[in-house]
Write a protein that binds this ligand. Sequence first.
Ligand code: FES
Length: 99
Amino acid sequence: MDGEIPFVRVGYASELEPGVPVTCEVEGRRLLVVNVGDEFFCMADRCSHANTPLSSGRLRGHKLACPLHGARFDIRTGAHLRPPGIRGVQRSRPAWSTA
Ligand code: FES
């Protein structure tokens, strides 16, 4: 994994429909943010296999599948769970506000 992304405010929690990843860009990096069970997770929107955006992948629980070849990642940690991804992806604490 490349390390954590620093804390940056990118939007409001009320804008996140549960289980539907949304994307944003911070310091030139494309990120995805998702609400699962009123917990908010943020990680790089880039599969470690072939740089495909993960934000359109299928989310089941805390496992996000890459839409291209099916690699799986844990949105809580960014950890790589299933090939063909080759490593985890960057993650961060999300910066969503309820205000
Ligand atoms: S690009 Fe994601 S698994 Fe191949």
